[in-house]
Design a protein around this ligand. Structure first.
Ligand SMILES: Cc1cc2nc3c(=O)[nH]c(=O)nc-3n(C[C@H](O)[C@H](O)[C@H](O)COP(=O)(O)O)c2cc1C
Length: 327
């Protein structure tokens, strides 16, 4: 799949997730074969950028190309300015978020609430496309609610304005995350435009990725929640799409080494205190892969720990004892 001048190494992409897809996680997923990994969304209001959180969201040091920055906002000129500044800081693709249903986003920033106002959508897209010399992509949903699935119209507007790829989450804004994603509307959107379309929503296995690609005719798939605690899913999906075969499960030692490297990256990126806090969330996702009382007990102990050394050594002890018993 190609976005502007960039040929992606895979058509299986990491979905942007605020609070999850920080630089360490994006780089981890790219190492496992994600074709692209957009940053966590950044508000278009540049006055709010002078915080540690925003500065971290703008940190792309060492990330492989192409670097995608996602921006969200309602004001066309602010969106243009945000896009320009990010390109000056090294963004190679700008992604516009019109897919997020979170209340805070809809009240203060934008997200999928914008789908109600197609004229404003057009002005925002036009303003950003005209402001930067790099490809601009759009992430959105199938519509505002079940009675207003205007995803096709939005996709055509976007294509006419010069948006270079679309990612479509197969839910409406009103669905939030309830029920199951439906990909029929995603297929209709793909059929209505010529630019690459990426299907998103509830893709949690290599087989599901293949089914969705077949059912929609889309150019790629985007995986969000299923990559939490399982960044190697990109390798599993890529392998299955290429060969039709399933990868053997990862050995415990390998999982332990992935977690250790991930934790060390988090401590280095956030500093000890925040790093330990962010790591807890990822640890609990990793431990979900090994359900059982032992994992539950470890999770409970890990959430009470405040130092990186203790967190890491408790985790390693647990895994080493599991590896020893499995041997
Ligand atoms: C914790 C979390 C944070 C998210 N943050 C963003 C975001 O910043 N920008 C965005 O476009 N979508 C965001 N999303 C939506 C995801 O990108 C994706 O569209 C959605 O989770 C459906 O894909 P999945 O079923 O593979 O998770 C977020 C989702 C989750 C679960």
């Amino acid at each position: 799949m190609k976005i502007g001048p960039y040929v992606l190494p895979s058509n299986v992409l990491l979905a942007p997730m605020a609070g999850v897809t920080d630089r360490p996680f994006r780089m981890l997923c790219r190492r496992f074969g994600a074709g692209l990994a957009a940053s966590e969304m950044l508000t278009a209001d540049v006055r709010l950028w002078d915080t540690a959180k925003s500065r971290r969201r703008m940190d792309h040091d060492g990330e492989p190309s192409p670097r995608v920055v996602q921006i969200a906002g309602v004001d066309p000129s602010m969106m243009a300015e945000a896009a320009r500044r990010n390109v000056d800081a090294g963004a190679q693709i700008i992604d516009i978020n019109m897919g997020c249903p979170a209340k805070k986003v809809c009240n203060r920033l934008a997200g999928s609430a914008l789908m109600q106002d197609e004229e404003l959508v057009a002005r925002i897209l036009h303003s950003v496309v005209a402001a930067v010399p790099v490809p601009v992509t759009l992430k959105t949903r199938t519509g505002w609610d079940a009675a207003h699935k205007n995803g096709i119209r939005i996709a055509r507007i976007a294509e006419d304005i010069g948006i270079q790829a679309l990612a479509i989450h197969g839910r409406t804004r009103a669905d939030f995350y309830q029920g199951f994603a439906e990909h029929e509307t995603v297929a209709a959107i793909k059929a209505a435009v010529k630019i690459p379309v990426i299907a998103n929503g509830d893709i949690d296995s290599p087989r599901r990725a293949l089914q969705v690609l077949h059912a929609t005719g889309c150019d790629g798939v985007m995986i969000g929640r299923a990559a939490q605690g399982r960044p190697w899913i990109f390798d599993e999906v890529n392998f299955f799409l290429a060969t039709g075969e399933s990868r053997a499960g990862l050995a415990l030692e390998k999982v332990r080494d992935i977690m250790r490297a991930h934790l060390e990256d988090l401590y280095a990126f956030y500093g000890d205190e925040t790093g330990v806090r962010v790591a807890r969330k990822h640890l609990s996702w990793y431990l979900r892969q090994h359900p059982g009382q032992e994992a539950d007990a470890l999770r409970n102990r890990l959430v009470r720990i405040g130092s990186p050394q203790e967190q890491l050594s408790m985790l390693l002890e647990h895994y080493d004892s599991c590896v020893y018993r499995a041997a």
